[in-house]
Write a protein that binds this ligand. Structure first.
Ligand SMILES: NC(=O)c1ccc[n+]([C@@H]2O[C@H](COP(=O)([O-])OP(=O)(O)OC[C@H]3O[C@@H](n4cnc5c(N)ncnc54)[C@H](O)[C@@H]3O)[C@@H](O)[C@H]2O)c1
Length: 282
C-alpha cells in the first residue's frame, strides 16, 4: 500500500500543470486532498477529476501571495479534515522574461510574492499542523533555476534559489528540534505546462510591451525545453516523497545542469549564454 494512502495532502496551484497532476497522483495513491488555486475554473476541473478517481477532495480558491488568506485557509483545511500530513507548495509563475535593466519593482514584487512568499506563507500556516500530525512532510517546488541562473530571469531565479535556501534551512530546523516533519525541495527541469505562456498572457493583460523576440523565446521554451509530461513529473515527485528524499531532481536536463554547475562553477554562466543565443533567441 502507498505510504500516502489515507494521508491528508494540501496542494497549492492545483488548477493546472504539475500541481493538478500531483493532486491526481496523490488521489490515485489513496490520499485525501485539499486543493487550491487562484484560477477557479482550472481548480474546479481538477476537483472533478479527483472526485472521478474516488478520492475525498476539498477545493478552495486561494492566492498564495496573500498571507492572511493562506493562514485562514489552513484553519479551514484543518477544520475540514482534522489533520494535515503533507503540504505541496507548488503554485508559481514564470518571470516576465525581462533583463534587470528592463524590470520594474512590480515585476519583482509579483514573482517573489507568489513563488517565494507563497511558499513561506504556506509553510508557516501549516507547519504547526504538520508537526501535530506526527508524520508531516513539506514539499516545496523550486526549479532548475534554483540551481542554475540564466539571463532575463533574475526575478524567477531569485525566487527559486530562495525557495531552496528556505527549504534547506527548514529541514535543518526540523532535524535540530526533532520534529516529525520531513522536508523536500523539488527541482523540475522542463515540464510541458502552461507556465511560460501564462506569463506572456499576464504581461499582455497588464499592457506591458511584449516584443517579437520575447514571443519567439516563449515559443522556443515551449517547443524545445518544456518536454516532460506533467503526469510523469508528478509521479517522480510523489515517488521521491514516498522514498523520503530530501531533494528531488525531475528530469535528465536538471541532473545535467546540477553536475555542470558543480563541475564548472566559473564557466557555466558563459555556457548558459551560448545556449540562450543558440536555442532561445528568435
Ligand atoms: N513547467 C516547468 O518546466 C517548471 C520547471 C521548474 C519549476 N516549475 C515550478 O513548478 C510549479 C508549477 O508550475 P507549472 O509548470 O505546473 O505551471 P502552471 O502555470 O501550469 O501551474 C501553476 C499554477 O499556479 C497557479 N497560480 C499562479 N499564481 C497563483 C497564486 N498567486 N496563488 C495560487 N495559485 C497561483 C496558476 O493558476 C496555475 O494553476 C511552479 O512553482 C513552477 O515554478 C515548473
Amino acid at each position: 500500500m502507498s505510504s500516502v494512502c489515507d494521508k491528508v495532502a494540501v496542494v497549492t496551484g492545483a488548477g493546472s500543470g504539475i500541481g493538478r497532476q500531483l493532486a491526481l497522483e496523490l488521489a490515485r495513491r489513496g490520499a485525501r486532498l485539499a486543493v487550491s488555486d487562484i484560477n477557479e475554473s482550472g481548480l474546479a476541473e481538477t476537483a472533478g477529476q479527483i472526485t472521478a478517481i474516488g478520492a475525498e477532495v476539498h477545493a478552495a480558491p486561494l492566492d498564495v501571495s496573500d498571507r492572511a488568506a493562506v493562514h485562514a485557509y489552513a484553519t479551514t483545511v484543518v477544520t475540514q479534515f482534522g489533520v494535515v500530513h503533507q503540504l505541496y507548495n507548488n503554485a508559481g509563475v514564470a518571470g516576465l522574461g525581462n533583463t534587470v535593466l528592463e524590470n520594474d519593482e512590480a515585476a519583482y514584487d509579483r514573482t517573489l510574492g507568489i513563488n517565494l512568499f507563497g511558499v513561506i506563507h504556506g509553510t508557516t500556516a501549516f507547519l504547526p499542523h504538520l508537526i501535530a500530525s506526527g508524520d508531516g512532510h513539506v514539499v516545496n517546488l523550486s526549479s532548475l533555476n534554483g540551481i542554475m541562473a540564466q539571463a532575463r530571469s533574475s526575478d524567477y531565479c531569485a525566487s527559486k534559489f530562495a525557495v531552496r535556501g528556505f527549504t534547506e534551512s527548514l529541514r535543518a530546523e526540523m532535524l535540530l528540534d526533532n520534529h516529525p516533519v520531513r522536508v523536500t525541495v523539488v527541482h523540475p527541469g522542463g515540464v510541458k505546462t502552461n507556465i511560460a505562456t501564462a506569463s506572456l498572457a499576464y504581461a499582455q493583460q497588464q499592457g506591458r510591451a511584449v516584443s517579437q523576440d520575447r514571443q519567439a523565446r516563449v515559443r522556443n521554451y515551449n517547443d524545445k525545453l518544456l518536454k516532460m509530461p506533467a503526469d510523469q513529473a508528478a509521479r517522480i515527485v510523489v515517488n521521491g516523497v514516498e522514498a523520503g528524499k530530501p531533494r528531488i531532481l525531475v528530469g535528465s536536463d536538471v541532473k545535467a545542469v546540477d553536475l555542470m554547475v558543480r563541475l564548472l562553477p566559473r564557466l557555466y554562466p558563459r555556457l548558459t549564454v551560448l545556449f540562450e543565443r543558440r536555442t532561445l533567441s528568435g
